[in-house]
Design a protein around this ligand. Structure first.
Ligand code: FES
Ligand SMILES: [Fe+2]
Length: 324
């Protein structure tokens, strides 16, 4: 994991957290019975896996005397037990189900339980500032179970930037030339699905070491997938599932896999080149500010489209109006 230092003068205001699904853990990093603290959306949360294998994410502080359940809390069956006085809370609805020294359970003894969905090797949480039920599902990625593809590779980075700024990167073909050493600005097109929510960027990356067609699919600010096609049966996918820790800090979880034809041809070079290229952006993110109203030029159409598209993920009128 790489840690990038934040710029001291980063004092501008940033938007709230956009709604949507955000990763809080890789599945393989949460064993049955494991309990861990998680920080996301500027909140303290507890993540655990019950004995039946269900991942649960709940507010961390016990309603009794405020102990943090993510520190020394224990899984008991389908509940988590507070380390302070042993109260147990259900994984599915957060209700207190057992107080070891009292047979009457107070009505308000309950933990807020977040909507989670586990797929694609990750545990996702649905975030909405008004706590609504999930409004869409994330896609399943069939490549993860396809024997024609390599097993996934992972890379992670803690970045001092708002989650929207990181998402914006996949709709910014001009920076490919300046930050990622692409020779010239690639031909690019941005489209949005009829549902209005999924955005696509198509770019011809002809002047790279490995020329490719890049297709970035942004499902929401919390999930973007990039597919690079180098030729018939020569594909790579990489997806980023960020965890919005607070408004200035994002933990990026990248997962990469290639078709085995690429590995046969180029060994690890393509994958290694892509992983190295990911860190090109970090010095920019570490030192930039978030511009609510950027000055755009005529050729910045993909970015303008992105800023209009991203408004739908915000709830407050200030964030909806000031972005773009
Ligand atoms: S603080 Fe959790 S049981 Fe007392
Ligand atoms: Fe980039």
């Amino acid at each position: 994991m790489t840690i990038v230092e934040a710029c001291d003068s980063k004092t501008n205001t940033t938007p709230d957290f956009p709604m949507g699904w955000f990763s809080v853990s890789r599945s393989q990093e949460l064993a049955v019975g494991e309990v861990k603290p998680v920080k996301a959306f500027d909140r303290e949360l507890v993540l655990y896996r019950t004995r039946s294998g269900k991942a649960a994410l709940q507010d961390a502080y016990c309603p009794h005397l405020g102990a943090h359940l993510g520190h020394e809390g224990r899984v008991i069956g389908e509940t988590v037990r507070c380390p302070f006085h042993g109260w147990q809370f259900n994984a599915d609805d957060g209700k207190c189900s057992h107080i070891p020294y009292c047979d009457e359970i107070p009505e308000r003894a309950r933990l807020r339980t977040w909507h989670t969905d586990e797929k694609n090797g990750e545990v996702y949480v649905w975030y909405h500032p008004e706590n609504t039920a999930p409004q869409w599902e994330l896609p399943d990625l069939p490549e993860l179970d396809d024997p024609n593809w390599t097993s996934p590779r992972y890379t992670e980075h803690l970045v001092p930037a708002h989650v929207q700024d990181i998402c914006e990167n996949s709709c910014d073909p001009v920076h490919f030339a300046y930050v990622h050493n692409q020779q010239g600005i690639p031909d690019s097109e941005v489209t949005i699905d009829p549902d209005g929510r999924t955005m696509h960027l198509h770019s011809n990356m002809e002047n790279n070491d490995f020329p490719s067609h890049l297709h970035a699919i942004t499902y929401s600010p919390g999930f973007a997938l990039v597919r690079n096609t180098y030729g018939p049966n020569a594909e790579m996918i990489m997806y980023n599932s960020p965890q919005a820790i607070d408004k200035h800090t994002t933990f990026m979880r990248w997962t990469l896999l290639v078709r085995k034809e690429i590995e046969d041809l180029a060994g690890d070079d393509v994958m290694k080149g892509i992983i190295d290229g990911l860190s090109d952006d970090y010095p920019i993110w570490a030192n930039k500010v978030h511009r609510r109203r950027p000055v755009f030029c005529r050729e910045d159409k993909p970015l303008v489209t992105f800023r209009k598209w991203v408004r739908q993920f915000y709830v407050t009128s200030q964030d909806q109006q000031e972005i773009a």
